[in-house]
Design a protein around this ligand. Structure first.
Ligand code: KIV
Ligand code: ZN
Length: 510
């Protein structure tokens, strides 16, 4: 009998801790639905004590998802745990994940608590959490740099108090695979009641070792891996879900366990997360990068044509490449449109939103003829913030001619008031951004501008990401259109909207 490896996805929580990656409630629900469809066992939906917005987002995910356990993160305080318990009340199956730091440096410098105080707080946290659920996960933060004797003591105590999963985080991505695997083995061997719990791991990628460390832990008895789509996460990110899952599946001869992930949903999930967060996937990224299955050299191409396994250890279609589904065309009606949205896990909040999106779908179908799921996701992303938008693009005229200076003529609305500006620039996008700044003088600094095609072909929509920074606050905006200058203007205004709308949120680990 092979063991089951639990896949715990934290894209919506640790992934959201990447600067500029914060997500709205609707965006979290869409990603959660995709994770559920994929067969993720546990979805960490957020940190409810961070803000009212995150509380509502975790609650919405808990109320929607049926096929996965929904988890919320809480510091080891009564207030955090109660807030998390309340956010999860509607979940069919809920887990509270509570944590406190255990490394000497964190206890002394960050918490200013003695090891005994930390231990006492951890036990109390489990007791508070058990008033809401029996499914309780405990993490000793910065376990990778904690003393093993203290880890054994605190973990034994939280198991006695009722914790059911022990998650061992390498919070700062410091450990080496062999060392981390040994740590898991040692904990399992030395903690007397360790057989009562599942051991989990949560590895950060600061040295590029998050996946290697997670897999080494699996070889030493960990049976839950915490990971994120595209490896999103704090700083250099977390272990990438797609890499962990495909390693375990491809090397069944090596690993003693299997996941229940339907891997054909991996690439659509990657595109969805990249589109929503505006974090592009590098072309050479394993599994989900555009070149992951492309063969450039003639020798490789020849080999693959003769016998695929000469150079390919996985099949592109098994991870969802080529799953681009032609779904609707210009003659499709509103009902077909609505049901496809539902299949994609999107429930627009009002008839007005449905009408707007349907109208924009028709406009797109006139330009593009073939509409794929990716196009629909981009349309929805554009429509979601519609209700709370402060700035909106109304019209844009661009003049570009060889040998002439490009010129943009722009009309936007600010809280419903129409404003106009013109500007030249080094290119059409530069001219457009300058025109926006003439009107809004936002005082922001452009940190990132990127354009990706959503589907293949020159009629594809371009998806633009703009990242702006102001007074230490980083926000992303994205826009999609078959005209990339229009997409760029939408993305820039989207980022400014986010700058205005997002309330400050607490960071769990600070
Ligand atoms: O990296 C970390 O230690 C965490 C914990 C909250 C699990 O994200
Ligand atoms: Zn983390």
């Amino acid at each position: 009998m092979r063991d089951h490896l639990i896949i715990f996805d934290t894209t919506l929580r640790d992934g959201e801790q990447s600067p500029g990656a914060s997500m709205t409630k609707e965006e979290k629900v869409r990603i959660a639905r995709q994770l559920e469809r994929m067969g993720v066992d546990v979805i960490e939906a957020g940190f409810p004590a961070a803000s009212n917005g995150d509380f509502e987002a975790v609650k919405a995910v808990a109320d929607t998802i049926k096929g996965s356990v929904v988890c919320g993160l809480a510091r080891a305080t009564e207030a955090d745990i109660r807030r998390t318990g309340e956010a999860l009340i509607g979940a069919e199956s809920a887990r509270i994940h509570t944590f406190i730091a255990t490394s000497p440096i964190h206890m002394k410098k960050k918490l200013r608590m003695s090891p005994e105080q930390v231990m006492e707080q951890a036990i109390k946290a489990i007791k508070w959490a058990s008033q809401y659920t029996d499914n309780i996960e405990f993490s000793p933060e910065d376990a990778g740099r904690s003393e093993v004797d203290f880890l054994c003591r605190i973990l034994e105590a939280v198991i006695d108090a009722g914790a059911t999963t022990l998650n061992i985080p390498d919070t700062v991505g410091y450990t080496m695979p062999e060392q981390f695997g040994n740590l898991i083995r040692t904990l399992r061997e030395r903690i007397p009641n360790s057989d009562k719990v599942i051991f989990s791991v949560h590895c950060h990628n600061d040295l590029g070792l998050a996946v290697a460390n997670s897999l080494s832990a699996v070889m030493n008895g960990a049976r839950q891996v915490e990971c994120t789509i595209n490896g999103l996460g704090e700083r250099a990110g977390n272990a990438a879900l797609e890499e962990v899952v495909m390693a375990v599946r491809t090397r069944q001869d090596f690993f003693p366990c299997d996941t229940r992930i339907d891997t054909t949903h991996i690439v659509p999930a990657s595109k969805l997360v990249s589109g929503i967060t505006g974090f592009p996937v590098q072309p050479n990224k394993a599994i989900v990068g555009a070149n992951a299955f492309a063969h450039e050299s003639g020798i490789h191409q020849d080999g693959v044509l003769k016998h695929r396994e000469t150079y390919e250890i996985m099949r592109a279609e098994d991870v969802g490449w080529g799953a681009n589904k032609l779904l609707l065309g210009k003659h499709s009606g509103r009902n077909a449109f609505r049901s496809r949205l539902l299949e994609l896990g999107v429930q627009l909040e009002s008839e007005e939103m449905l009408n707007n999106t349907f109208m924009r779908f028709k406009e797109l179908a006139d330009k593009k003829h073939e509409i794929f799921d990716e196009d629909l996701h981009a349309l929805i992303s554009d429509e979601m913030p519609f209700m709370q938008e402060r700035y909106r693009l109304l019209a844009l005229t661009i003049h570009c001619e060889t040998g002439e200076i490009p010129y943009a003529n722009l009309v936007i609305s600010e809280d419903g008031k129409e404003l106009r500006a013109e500007s030249d620039g080094s290119g059409p996008v530069d001219a457009t951004f300058r025109a926006i700044e003439k009107i809004l003088a936002s005082g922001t600094e452009l940190q990132l501008f990127s354009v990706n095609n959503i589907t293949s072909g020159t009629d594809s929509q371009g998806e633009v990401t703009v990242r702006l920074q102001k007074s230490g606050r980083i926000v992303n905006g994205h826009g999609a259109d078959t005209d990339i200058v229009v997409a760029s203007a939408k993305a820039y205004l989207g980022a400014l909207n986010n700058l205005h709308s997002k309330l400050d949120r607490a960071h769990p680990q600070v």
